[in-house]
Design a protein around this ligand. Sequence first.
Ligand code: GLN
Length: 233
Amino acid sequence: GCGSDSDGVFHTEGNKLRMGTNATFPPYESVDENNNVVGIDADIAQTIADKLGMKLEIINMEFDALIPALNAGQLDFAMAGMTASPERAEQVDFTTSYATGIQAIIVPEGSEIAAIEDLADKKVGVQTGTTGDLYCTDDLGEDHVQRFESGVVATQALLNGQIDAVVIDNEPAKAYVAANEGLKILDTHYAVEDYAAAIAKGNTELHDKINGVLEELKAAGTIDEIIAKYIHE
Ligand code: GLN
């Protein structure tokens, strides 16, 4: 079990590197018109695979299925704009961080919500199992949180008036707001976080390989170049 063979050694399948993601999170990952997963994480993962001389396979799944899939040996690594949180670090190993995420708050234009404190008696939509879910559940209580399978679906519920706000990472938040009339992102934010790739605990060989390539790509400015392709400040 736990993704290792009986000898306790992890084996990647042939020359294949299986990367898990949840492609509802632009510009880190989304599905294009040809059904390919594209975005910052897909580009970084492809660059890692190229450097390691391996063939990348991207597996698209629910966000909260990624860590269980890693631990079941169904994935070699996950890149999903995933926050390297201390809670998750008990279940998986994280690489060096390659990007920053900010938990942003989306509200309808004209909403009376202007600050985090204003969320107290409101209904807030989140993506299941994300850090936004965790913070809102901790701070506001279960009764004030509604979980959705993706930020896209949460945003739809906000447009329909089912919820009062959505708490989600700032880059997908910008994409959802740009794609829909009548929404805005508050100037304030919930938290600043580090994104990292996740690997099953014990798979130190692959962890060291991917971490090494990421450090190399960061030092060479390649990560910044990939991010700049998608995020124009
Ligand atoms: N950064 C957030 C988290 O790790 C959201 C990630 C996501 O929805 N893909 O929980």
